[in-house]
Each structure stands twice: as structure tokens, then as C-alpha cells.
Write a protein that binds this ligand. Sequence first.
Ligand code: SF4
Ligand code: SF4
Length: 160
Amino acid sequence: MEKLSPLARRAHLIEAMKTDAAKGLHCGSCSGTCCTFTSNSMQIDSEQALDMKNWLLQQDRWNDETFKSLEDCVEEFRLDIEISHIKIRRTYTCPFFKRSSLGCTIAPEVKPYGCLAFNPKESGVTNGGNCRSNLDLLEAVPAAKDVTKYPIPVALLMLR
Ligand code: SF4
Ligand code: SF4
């Protein structure tokens, strides 16, 4: 079977976001709590990590500066710690969250599926609180099932 491009795997998620945004359901006025340690525990598989890596390479951002921010994040939020060989799902502030002027610095066509599927349920959300993950859309992602997932910085550092 022909391998789908990163964009093709995310097309329905991006389309749904655009449809929601046209109805006023967008993140434009939010501080981005779903990307910070208050509520972000996003995990990705190796295919999504490779999509991000290839895009970062194109952007000339697959470099020491990025590796340092990934390593700092792993250390600060203890993302590599296991207890009794069980991986704990921890929250963390995503290293790609731009705190100064808010927002994500990853293009939609390579963004984690879970990030694209998480959107507000009402307009004018300023600090999260009324958002949801569209599980039906996530189920429709043509990706391998039951693959191991890791926090974004951990998954990327595994590809360095
Ligand atoms: S990749 Fe972007 S949307 Fe996803 S958690 Fe990181 S900053 Fe937020
Ligand atoms: S409105 Fe919800 S989904 Fe959008 S950035 Fe804020 S917390 Fe995240």
C-alpha cells in the first residue's frame, strides 16, 4: 500500500479545524493552556516524530538549539523517569510552544494528531477549560494502531 504523506494523514483534522474556526471555534484568544504543563501530556508515535523531524530539517531547525530545548524539557518535567518499569504519563510545557507571543511553532501538516484534534467547544476561550479532543477524528487517522508513544521531546530525541 502506498504510504500517505504527512499532510494526507492529517487532512481531515485540518479540515475540521478550519470548519470549526469558520464558526468562531478557534484558539485565537487563548493563552494556550493545552500546550503547557497545566494540561499538556501529548504523546506521539515514531511516524509522527519522523514527520516533525523532516519538517524541522527543512526549516533548518533540526539543530543544537532545538536539541537543547528538547533536553531541557525532558529534564525539567522528568519525562524519562520510569517507576517500576512503568512509564508515567507526565504533563509538560511543549518545547514548541512560543511563550512570548503565544502559539505553536509547528506547521499543521506535521503537527501531532492529538494537537490538531484538540479544539475549543465555544468561541472566545481565553484560558482553556472548555475544549475537547475529537476522538472520532483521531480514530480516522490512517496510522498504525497500538504503537508505542512517547512525549514529543522524547520521541524526537530518539531520532537525533
Ligand atoms: S506541538 Fe504545538 S500544539 Fe502540540 S503541544 Fe506542542 S506547541 Fe502545542
Ligand atoms: S482554546 Fe483550548 S484547544 Fe485552543 S489553545 Fe486554548 S486550551 Fe488549547
